[in-house]
Write a protein that binds this ligand. Sequence first.
Ligand code: C2G
Length: 443
Amino acid sequence: MTKVITYGTFDLFHEGHYRLLQRAKELGDFLIVGVTTEGYDQTRGKLNVIDSLMTRVENVRKTGFADEIVIEESPGQKFRDIKKFNIDIFTVGSDWTGHFDYLNDYCKVVYLERTKDISSTMLRTQKKHIQRIGIIGTGRIAERFIPEVNLVSGISTQGVYNLNTESSIRFAEKWNINSYTEIEDFFDAVDAVYIATPHETHYQYIKMSLEHGKHVLCEKPMVLEKKQAEELFRYAKEHNLVLFEGIKTAYSPGFSKLMGIACSGMIGSIRNVEACFTKLENPASRELTDLKFGGSFTELGSYTVLPIIKIFGTEFEDIRFDSIKDENGLDIFTKAHFKYPNGMGTATCGLGVKSEGHLIISGTKGYIKVDSPWWKTTYFEVHYENPDDVEKYSDRFLGDGLRYEINDFLSMINGNTESEFKLTQKDSITLTEIMEKFMLENR
Ligand code: C2G
């Protein structure tokens, strides 16, 4: 007898789950299905699980494919279950390809092709709120996006579009999603769009997506002209669509905690914020060869300006830039100096100069030092005059950290505005205004 085991959350049960269980059953004679507990999903960083464990188990049971259902409670359980139940085959969808190869030492590992299309008819009849998201762009950041979507329940990657059809097909094959050569077909197949193309193309793609009635999550910097940002937000509002700038730091749990502590009065009134982010880039990269839209500030400025405007607000009195440029006139190191009535801020970015990635928030009673990389906030300390007086805080930043913004984007689509304060439209418009000013002075 061939014994097969598979695991999953099986939240908002859909045809992807059904087809996976059906094919898992066909692999052998006896199928065991492990359904994750809320606690385990929390540990592994899966967000937004809606159905209770009982409902999820019941949905798996109703398919009739499972001969036995077990509960998955902890990391390491897969190995123990394989031994305990004498399993011959471990199987899971191809969105996990490679991830469970280590189990090959104990049984056969089979990745079954994930279901690419979750039909809207099925979702509508079952009143399920699963958003199908399409990706425009096939670069590095788009690569990081897909595994993170898989860790947010209620959203599914539908497919990819890129003007360069070849790279779109390659990308789609790698991630087992659909690729679309016609942008109209792409829009027909999705409810929401993630834009991960070069900066200067964002405006057109956002506009087109909104005009097709799609919610938009766009990589930073969202656009490069203030009037474009205002126009797009206005359009989105008038058409009840969500337009969302993806600055992952703003949505991460550690950064939210940091902002709460910084603005709680613990360090008194805040007078200075210094944020630095440098990344030594390959000289042949787009960031260092695109003389119009490349450079350190357009690439990293959204991150370093973020804590300054979150703490002091968008109404600064003055902003001034200092840059070191390469032989082509492109900024490889930039400092933006902010002046507020009662405070100062410095946002430092580098693509050709390396420095400590620090964030220091100074107040009238003490200061906060956030460990590098502060833009993936995990650990920070509150210091006072007495050097022995130190309070320590930490939080999680899992994987590439895009799951937090995806989760908040999804909540907003579902009508929950609770997380809107993390990066307001005013914040995004101000960030654009700053980018525009920098480009006017430096290009
Ligand atoms: N699945 C699929 N097609 C989809 C969506 C999901 O084939 N469109 C598969 C997944 O690959 C997985 C199963 O359905 O094998 C359950 O998916 P989820 O409920 O999302 O669970 P997941 O987070 O993938 O957990 O320990 C848990 C496992 O690691 C899998």
